[in-house]
Design a protein around this ligand. Sequence first.
Ligand code: SF4
Ligand code: SF4
Length: 90
Amino acid sequence: MDKWKCQKCGACCSVAGSIIPLWDRGDGYCKYLTKDNLCSIYKDRPDICRVDKSKITDEQLIIACNGLRELRKRREFNENFKPDLEYSKG
Ligand code: SF4
Ligand code: SF4
């Protein structure tokens, strides 16, 4: 069974600047995002950067995350698709 894997697209860190202006590296992306699209403070990242499944629906997660969207495409029309968050970013 396919498992979700972060595609390191950086999309989820692209709006950090509008949420925490001090973290804006100048183009809206978070200044802690490395050139390889990894979080340089991953272990100490703030709560807002952690997925809390009690506050976000599976559908919202899929909309926000390229990796999940690609995984869902591979399982096209599978109504039972559920994001598998066993693998985290980094
Ligand atoms: S702290 Fe890390 S996970 Fe959070 S927006 Fe910045 S780079 Fe992304
Ligand atoms: S968690 Fe999703 S949106 Fe964020 S970098 Fe990975 S694939 Fe992209």
